[in-house]
Ligand binder design. Sequence first.
Ligand code: ADP
Ligand code: MG
Length: 270
Amino acid sequence: MPAPDKTQPRRIVVANQKGGVGKTTTAVNLSTALASRKRVLLIDLDPQGNASTSLGLPRSERGAGTYAALLGSRALPDLLRPTRIPGLSVLPADADLAGAEIDLVDLPQREHRLASCLDAAAEALRAYDYILIDCPPSLGLLTVNALVAADSVLVPLQTEFFALEGVSQLTRTIERIRRNLNPSLALEGIVLTMFDRRNNLSEAVAADVRSHFKEAVFDTMIPRNIRITEAPSHGLPVLLYDIRSAGAQAYVELAAEFLRRERRAARARA
Ligand code: ADP
Ligand code: MG
């Protein structure tokens, strides 16, 4: 694997083609937790724009965002917005993003649009340590663009009976992207979400996922927590909504584990 360019932020895509598994929650709260120590940009690539909403940008206040960047009508650095979290910026999902899956089809280099605009913005993006990308619940062109642009993919898995169902489809997509479009795409890891420790099934599913994916699975599990469910309606990451909640604390731990794993990987490369 080529040594990563230290002057460029690592690009991590949060993907799983299932909806409601905790992609957006993980993208928003891992970004927020990382921002206390690192400089982070969150790219909202989901037309639903839930990550933008969770960071205090309701639909009516978003203006141009990811779609304008992908279509090349605006330069990406001009579209970045600060958030109320110091150290965290967002490239919001604009209203037009809903049409992107169709509009991108006929464009040249359609799988490389996001990678190209990030590369073109390299100078401005030096201001960041990490770029996290929140994906829609599909393996369509938007997610493919994210996987082509990324260094690694982080997969949230809901700790429920059907957790592993559908993962093979995602793994095959990652393999295909590696073969054809982005040979250096790595698996950042798997995060178990909505874990319920009072439920034996949750324990069994977690054990099953760990025996299948081994050390790719983060030790930190995100519990099912009501404060996580409530936070987005207040336009806040759970870390700002209720830092003492079990949900917020889990994301603080996840960020710490993420950074430990990053340091270990960097040492292994050296
Ligand atoms: P995705 O982006 O994969 O579709 P979300 O992150 O939007 O999933 O989560 C789906 C729903 O579940 C949201 O309403 C969110 O607030 C809620 N949710 C996510 N993670 C948790 C959790 N750990 N505990 C409770 N509710 C959660
Ligand atoms: Mg989402």
